[in-house]
Design a protein around this ligand. Structure first.
Ligand code: AMP
Length: 270
């Protein structure tokens, strides 16, 4: 694996005319990231992973400061997976001006996470924009765990770049909890609660699949989760998975949940 800190150097050494798969991450790698890397390795000639904790997508400086970091372990994992290239740029390498750190969202995209994390997706789109302007991967691999993120990135890329987006399914642990770098901040008891919530969500989805009128129980479901000690639901919504509108049927809906488990903000969808 070749490790790059400078994009110029990477562009000199990597032939972007080849089928390069790009897997952007913020590090603290887990099986969710690994599944994206394995898909890239399956479909592409070479795989490029980036580890960059993107400051412009954090709307709280303490969240940015406390974001888990595990560089040594990450490099070990990537070497073992036989990843071809790793890019670990610093902030100045990515953003040349303050203006380049945000990309405006359309008004109609201000739903779910973008309401509760103002500026977050603006920062996510900005970093993807910078990566794709500076690198020219044929494919980018993103996880459906961050469903709203992938929805917005797909729309953005389609307008501006030729890179094809691969959406990879959510990887969960044995307790059904969606893997996230933030999970290492949870203790055993917290994980148990998140597992209970994920299983409730799955049950709710199965009920909706049987009969979409079950949606009338959404409020009760919200209160049920919210009444768990130290759990605070931010939003719980059913939306159309194709366009994220509120017009859906039993074949095209998805349930979206964001909640705090003590101080840790988690998202999930089923
Ligand atoms: P992050 O390091 O959290 O920015 O995530 C990097 C990429 O991994 C994003 O495309 C995420 O959607 C994806 N990802 C994170 N967790 C999971 C998971 N549990 N299953 C699948 N993909 C994931």
């Amino acid at each position: 694996m070749i490790i790059f800190k400078r994009i110029n150097k990477l562009n000199k050494e990597v032939n972007f005319k080849a089928k390069i798969g790009f897997v952007p991450t913020m590090g603290s790698l887990h099986k969710g990231h690994i599944s994206l890397i394995n898909l890239s390795k399956k479909y592409c000639e070479k795989t490029l992973v980036s580890i960059f904790i993107n400051p412009s997508q954090f709307n709280s400086s303490s969240d940015l400061k406390n974001y888990p970091k595990n560089l040594k372990k990450d490099i070990h994992i990537l070497k073992k997976l036989k990843v071809d290239y790793l890019l670990m740029p610093n902030v100045n390498e990515i953003y040349k001006s303050k203006k380049s750190m945000k990309i405006k969202l359309n008004k109609k995209d201000k739903i779910m996470c973008s309401i509760y994390r103002p500026g977050h997706f603006e920062g996510v789109l900005a970093v993807i924009n910078q990566f794709l302007l500076k690198l020219k991967p044929k494919y980018i691999f993103l996880g459906e765990k961050d469903f709203q993120q992938i929805f917005l990135i797909k729309k953005f890329i389609k307008k501006k770049f030729k890179t094809k987006v691969y959406a990879c399914p959510i990887i969960r642990d044995n307790n059904n909890v969606a893997l996230s770098s933030r999970n290492i901040l949870l203790n055993k008891k917290d994980v148990k609660k998140s597992s209970f919530i994920a299983n409730l969500l799955l049950k709710f989805k199965n009920n909706l699949k049987k009969n979409i009128n079950f949606k009338k129980n959404l409020n009760n479901f919200f209160y049920k989760i919210n009444s768990i000690t130290n759990i605070k639901v931010e939003y719980l919504e059913i939306r159309n998975k194709k366009n994220l509108s509120k017009i859906y049927n039993k074949n095209n809906f998805k349930i979206f949940l964001a909640y705090y488990n003590k101080k840790i903000r988690l998202i999930d969808n089923y």
